[in-house]
Design a protein around this ligand. Structure first.
Ligand code: AMP
Ligand code: MG
Length: 399
């Protein structure tokens, strides 16, 4: 039996790391950037108008007053996307649209809303400052500037940003090859009729969804009976292909908990079995070559807790996340808790208004209703004693 800290440390030491691959930017959401990206262009790419209005030479408006306005002849229109090579002559102006290129010699734009037009002329009654309503080339990003560092997670904004520089491909850490296997004679896939003694397999749906949120699609998802031969056959196949094998059920001390034994036969070395924790004590971790194998105790709350405290960080580590573990904070407890004094406990909880946390009902490891509401665990080391209202506790936030 190992402690929570030891178990996390052992997993960290043995967690595989992803190779780098170049992928289409459009498929890179949630991936971690594996390269420093330098901008191949200036941003903005070229000087352009920030407004719909009239482009002009600010010096032409220098003496303008309401009594002695200046009239600039309107020569034409420049739309966004037009290619512009002309020079603006003194006392002339063009209509411009937002994003339109700026004529050579021009240095300001008067907003359409403020424009007075008479006889084909723009009438200006006060001076306009140089640079007014102009977006300058490179005012945001210089060509060659570092715009995204290795280790950044690609979010929709980041993908748009890289697209604005014309990029279509990006080097990222590869997603892991994950196989997900539930074992248990009692398991029935939801949607099928239940015979007496059977239960629905909820763990597969739950962990598939958790992986989906991490944008990982397991290459194999199986539900197996507690039959050593079929379990061994499947494991034999998936161990070759997988970076991570996630097994659910069959790792405890029951007469039909065959998983550990079969893993041993398949050459998987046990890293640990049993963690002094609640829920999820019979957690197993093993390794064969590069594949990390998790055996999660089958009770749904155990699967959920062990996934987020152990599997999730290992997967994120693989994908290059600089902070793979659940984020933590200290919060004020709302209500009281009587944890098991002998075990490190994870209490499903809900965070409130930035500073407090409420433990939820139905904490037993076969109970699952609290998971709908839970956004965190209150994490209590062994011998925490009774915790009273308002005491500060450690909280791990779920993604
Ligand atoms: P085990 O870890 O196989 O001893 O299972 C512990 C408990 O979790 C038993 O009550 C199982 O019926 C239940 N269980 C195991 N696998 C699943 C699953 N995939 N979905 C829901 N409950 C499960
Ligand atoms: Mg079982």
């Amino acid at each position: 039996m190992v402690s929570f800290q030891e178990a996390q440390k052992i997993i960290k030491r043995h967690a595989p790391a992803a190779p780098i691959e170049e992928i289409a930017l459009l498929t890179a959401l949630g991936a971690v950037c594996a390269q420093d990206v330098k901008s191949p262009v200036h941003l903005p790419l070229a000087d352009n108008s920030a407004m719909d209005g009239f482009v002009l030479r600010s010096q032409d408006t220098a003496g303008a007053t309401p009594d002695q306005p200046v009239a600039l002849r309107i020569r034409g229109t420049i739309k966004a996307g037009d290619s512009v090579h002309k020079t603006l002559s003194p006392n002339e102006t063009y209509r411009v649209m937002t994003g339109a290129s700026i004529l050579l010699g021009a240095d300001a734009v008067l907003e359409k809303e403020r424009a007075v037009i008479r006889n084909g002329h723009l009438v200006i009654s006060q001076p306009l400052g140089k640079g007014k309503n102009i977006r300058y080339q490179a005012e945001e990003i210089e060509k060659g500037q570092l715009v995204l560092s290795k280790g950044s997670v690609l979010n929709p904004g980041g993908i748009g940003f890289l697209a604005s520089m014309g990029m279509t491909r990006i080097k990222v850490y590869k997603k892991p090859m994950v196989s997900l296997i539930a074992t248990g004679n009692e398991l029935v896939t939801p949607g099928n009729p239940l015979a007496p003694g059977k239960i629905y397999d909820s763990n597969t749906a739950m962990i598939t969804a958790a992986l989906d949120q991490m944008r990982i699609r397991p290459f194999l998802v199986r539900k197996l009976r507690d039959e050593p031969r079929s379990i061994q056959k499947t494991l034999h196949l998936v161990l070759k292909e997988s970076d991570f094998v996630i097994l659910m059920g069959g790792v405890s001390v029951g007469d039909y908990d065959f998983v550990k034994e079969i893993l041993g036969k398949e050459g998987v070395r046990t890293l640990f079995w049993k963690v002094s924790q609640k829920p999820g004590k019979p957690l197993y971790a093993g390794k064969k070559k590069n594949a990390l194998v998790f055996g999660l105790p089958g009770n749904p709350a155990s699967v959920f807790t062990c996934f987020y405290e152990y599997v999730y960080p290992a997967l994120r580590h693989f994908m290059g996340h600089p902070r793979p573990y659940l984020a933590w904070s200290h919060r004020e407890l709302k209500g009281s808790l009587r944890p098991d004094p002998d075990k490190f406990s994870f209490i499903k909880s809900k965070m409130e208004n930035g500073q407090s946390v409420i433990p939820l009902q139905h904490q037993k490891s076969h109970m699952i209703s609290s998971l709908c509401e839970a956004d965190s665990f209150v994490v209590l080391p062994n011998s925490s004693g009774v915790l009273e209202e308002s005491q500060m506790v450690l909280v791990h936030s779920l993604p």
